[in-house]
Design a binder for this molecule. Structure first.
Ligand code: AHM
Ligand code: MG
Length: 337
């Protein structure tokens, strides 16, 4: 049971008031969440300024993934790292943009923070929604030296996960393991205010999201699923489907949380050895935590993503998430093949 909190409560008050089954949020986690979300507010203000402060365009550098970095990828990464340095309970950070984990202070403390600092980089320069995705894990031994292995925990062990979308509104979605709550950035107070408690993803939907330009590379079960959606009311599904693809996972997942749907970035044959495009630790696990906490599902085709044992910090995974009925159908098509 989650304690109801009054709408428009500020995030600072929310983390103090939040209780699941009478248990409040530990003070160290409160501190981390407040520092992290405050930094996202700073980042939101930078994003809103865009070209006016010269932060659009390529940084001319590459990241650990071999991808070209945008200036905002670098700015977001630096801001987030700096923003949580004073957190006493934080032992280390792993970022999509950096190869090795960074200790915070001496690398001691209860929590580990992982993030994709700026998701949807291809949308930065065209003023389409982008975001920050984060995941918080418990450090296995708060008093031991920080290692990469500390971070390699299955998604189900996350103590918190969330994202911030920098869109028409700046919106924060957060789960502390007892439902998903939504906040909007209030321009007047400069704070996140609670706008919805207990978000639920509808079990059925008639909306799907996938990059259709990759259709010729998909595996047969994904092609079958999408073909049947496209056949509409005259096909086996006997209903018309709508398609949306924003190419920012934060914005696509926000739509799924808001009105249901299914989002897919599956494995494909372009690079058969690559399990998928999206990253397990920085994208799939935190989004999966939110989706499951809102009553949806997330799989790699066959297995629940939150049960996967990560092998490496930057590993990639095939992703299918959203409304239960559709994810179950995708699982069925994958297990039949
Ligand atoms: P990024 O973290 O480098 O921005 O990449 C992840 C993004 C997701 O937000 C989005 O779902 C996907 O990559 C879009 O890929 P594509 O351009 O192939 O459609
Ligand atoms: Mg990303």
């Amino acid at each position: 049971m989650t304690k109801p909190i009054q709408l428009k409560t500020s995030f600072r008050h929310y983390v103090r008031e939040f209780q699941s089954h009478g248990t409040p949020v530990p003070s160290g986690l409160q501190e981390l969440l407040v520092l992290l979300t405050d930094t996202c507010i700073t980042l939101s203000n930078e994003v809103a300024q865009g070209a006016l402060i010269g932060i659009l365009g390529s940084a001319g550098t590459g990241n650990v993934q071999g991808e070209v970095q945008q200036k905002l990828d670098v700015i977001a990464n630096d801001l987030l790292i700096a923003g949580v340095q004073s957190c006493q309970s934080l032992a280390g950070i792993a970022s999509e943009e950096i190869e090795e984990p960074l200790p915070v202070g001496k690398g001691l403390g209860d929590y580990l923070l992982l993030f994709d600092p700026l998701d949807g980089s291809s949308n930065i320069d065209v003023n389409v929604s982008i975001g920050t995705i984060f995941s918080i894990l418990k450090k296995p031994d708060p008093n031991a030296l920080l290692t990469t292995a500390d971070f390699l925990q299955a998604g189900r062990t996350q103590v918190a996960a969330g994202y911030v979308v920098y869109g028409p509104q700046t919106t924060l979605a957060l789960s502390l393991g007892a439902g998903v709550d939504l906040f909007a950035l209030d321009a007047v107070s400069g704070e996140f205010l609670l706008i919805k408690q207990g978000v639920r993803i509808s079990e059925s939907t008639s909306e799907f999201a996938i990059n259709m330009s990759n259709m010729r590379h998909w595996a047969a079960p994904v092609k079958r699923y999408v073909d049947e959606c496209l056949a509409g009311s005259g096909g086996v599904r006997q209903k018309d489907f709508n398609m949306r693809w924003i190419a920012s996972m934060v914005a696509d997942v926000h739509r799924v949380l808001s009105r249901g749907g299914v989002f897919m970035y599956p494995w494909d044959q372009r690079d058969p050895k690559k399990p998928g495009k999206l990253r397990l630790m920085y994208e799939a696990n935190p989004m999966g935590f939110l989706v499951e906490q809102a009553g949806g599902e997330i799989i790699n085709g066959v297995d629940a993503i939150l049960d996967l044992q990560p092998q490496a910090l930057h590993e990639r995974v095939s992703v299918m998430l959203g409304s239960k009925d559709e994810v179950n159908l995708l699982r069925k098509y994958h297990t039949q093949s």
